[in-house]
Ligand binder design. Structure first.
Ligand SMILES: Nc1ncnc2c1ncn2[C@@H]1O[C@H](COP(=O)(O)OP(=O)(O)OP(=O)(O)O)[C@@H](O)[C@H]1O
Ligand SMILES: [Mg+2]
Length: 310
């Protein structure tokens, strides 16, 4: 039996490799510092964030080839329980390089190999058997996976009485709304796309989210606004939490950290006011660290306290 309240699902994980160099010059060999390897991908990052807050979760992800093995090792090193679904194609890599001369960050993402229909089914079966309280689907979909994948996950969540949290974009997210999720976390651009407009002004966010809620797409919509913070919208609530002013190093993983913070808070039965504050605190704390590192628990706690007492 599954003993974890929270399960995270990552169908398209990545082995994150990061490094530093001085000066980007074409045709020349660019010397890079010793690479740092991290396990990456939406759901895995959410599991890491939960663990930084002292919580636990089970990370379910696909794993293929030697890079998949490395990914598993890195997840285990973070003391995160996991269930890897073996797939034929190799787990993909992503590459982050920082130019120390300019402090600019270059982020390269590779397309992963195809996931077969049978492999997709194995992932769905694994999820259906686990029946957690909270199920988190996060990140992009691998090649070969149909765009209604998260919708199928939503159907499983409904049957298992799991509260589904989804953080993805485009068609994959649109389809989830047809079945309905407990919580979605689009950024403002993703929300605009969902309701079919070019862009949304801050004062239009509440109405846009309420439209989706009224149609049964989600119970809670948290719209993240980057350095401006986030808003939480339910049928009857609207809560805006500004982001604290922090010394920003890298915004990689801010969205995943935010989702991790909120899911952890939900699992601790915190109020929605606290849930959104934990989300903003963890998202902003993540921007204080370099590259693919997420956040320090102590930073998140300090920012949460500041947001609560200000
Ligand atoms: N520059 C920043 N300064 C302070 N906090 C930030 C900054 N950027 C992001 N955050 C925090 O992180 C949260 C999520 O960020 P954002 O809205 O950029 O998510 P996202 O677009 O989903 O990001 P991702 O690229 O990780 O998917 C914000 O609500 C905020 O709390
Ligand atoms: Mg995001």
């Amino acid at each position: 039996m599954n003993t974890y309240d929270i399960i995270t699902l990552t169908v398209n994980p990545a082995l994150d490799k990061s490094t530093h160099f001085k000066g980007l010059v074409a045709e020349q060999k660019i010397r890079c510092s010793e690479p740092r390897f991290d396990a990456g991908g939406g759901g895995i990052n959410v599991s890491k964030a939960i663990s930084r807050l002292g919580g636990s979760s089970l990370a379910v992800f696909t794993s293929g080839g030697p890079l998949g093995k490395m990914l598993e090792e890195l997840v285990a090193k973070e003391s995160i329980a996991y269930q890897a679904v073996p797939v034929q194609s190799w787990t993909r890599e992503s590459f982050v390089a920082v130019d120390d001369n300019t402090n600019s960050q270059y982020r390269f993402g590779f397309t992963g190999g195809e996931i077969t229909d049978e492999e997709e089914l194995t992932v769905l079966e694994a999820i259906a058997n686990l029946k957690p309280k909270f199920l988190v689907g996060s990140g992009s979909l691998s090649e070969g996976i149909s765009s209604d994948f998260y919708q199928k996950v939503a159907e499983i969540a409904k049957k298992s009485n799991s509260k589904l949290i989804v953080d993805t974009s485009g068609e994959a997210l649109e389809k989830v709304l047809q079945t309905g999720a407990f919580l979605i976390k689009p950024n403002v651009g993703e929300l605009a796309k969902l309701i079919g407009v070019e862009r949304l002004e801050m004062e239009e966010v509440n109405d846009a989210a309420k439209q989706i809620i009224a149609k049964g797409g989600a119970e809670i919509i948290v719209v993240s606004l980057g350095p401006q913070g986030a808003v939480l919208v339910t049928k009857d609530n609207y809560e805006f939490v500004p982001a604290p002013n922090v010394a920003k190093r890298s915004t990689v993983g801010a969205g995943d950290s935010m989702v991790g913070g909120m899911v952890w808070a939900l699992s601790q039965n915190k109020s929605l006011k606290e849930v959104i504050r934990w989300g903003v605190a963890c998202g902003s704390a993540a921007t204080m660290n370099e590259g693919t590192q997420l956040f320090k628990g102590s930073d998140a706690q300090r920012l949460f306290d500041w947001l609560t007492n200000k």
